[in-house]
Design a protein around this ligand. Sequence first.
Ligand SMILES: Nc1ncnc2c1ncn2[C@@H]1O[C@H](COP(=O)(O)OP(=O)(O)O)[C@@H](O)[C@H]1O
Ligand SMILES: [Mg+2]
Length: 271
Amino acid sequence: MKKAILKERSSHNIGASRPPVGVEVSGLSKNFGTQRVLKDISLTVKPGEIFTIMGPSGSGKSVLLRQIAGLDQPTRGTVRIEGLDPTDPDTRDRFALALVFQAGALFNSISVYDNLALYPLEHRLCPKNEIRDRVMRALKILSLENAVKKFPSELSGGMKKRVAIARALVMEPQLLLYDEPTSELDPIMSATITEIIATLKTEFNVTSIVVSHDRDLALTISDRVALLMRGELKALCTPTELRKVEDPAVKDFLNPTIDLKKPRYQQLEAS
Ligand SMILES: Nc1ncnc2c1ncn2[C@@H]1O[C@H](COP(=O)(O)OP(=O)(O)O)[C@@H](O)[C@H]1O
Ligand SMILES: [Mg+2]
């Protein structure tokens, strides 16, 4: 995989046109009705780093990613990408951002090629022949050339994830956001996707924000990790520092024990 990418990079220079961008989240809170999903989150993502947002299911990771992507307005606080508001349609074109959705969000009724080409064609991102080049390049980088004419229903879970990443690469992003890129994959495929994320960072010098509860991914490839619990930032540090955090909730999340004498399901809150 790495060799293929290196070869592609030297001949095509994909993604190298614009430098990676930094992200600043300040005092961000998000409520849905009376539910306080995110509580006063502040963090800075440096250009070019892999920043992983970890946390249990329902802790607010996807909601935070959507605010960063500009898909949703915070209740309080701000998100700035290179100083610009991602929800402002006038500034959105000033940086290239791409989001890899959790379920891939592929269109099932069109081919892999069309899934990649649709957005750039509709938004006239660049001339048609360049879109074709970009699509073929992205497919090659992710070893998907043989899938170009296939439909999403014909692909395995791992291939669908790779198609979703390839579609993001077509945007030549300066900021790449991934929502649970390894969920529902077997351990080998999860490791493959983890390697792809790390390789894309170094080869294309892109800022990557990864939402994941995959401990292996978070602790191996991240430059820094933010740990969200019940909408609050519990830790913001390097993977090495995270392993040393003494907070029992953090330790339990990273290394949960299975204790049949005191089962967790009997301690769940009624909701
Ligand atoms: N659009 C929405 N409307 C109402 N509640 C929402 C919405 N999106 C998310 N939530 C709630 O916010 C909480 C956090 O969700 P989410 O960010 O998806 O969690 P996760 O950490 O698993 O990604 C959940 O309780 C979810 O039900
Ligand atoms: Mg989620």
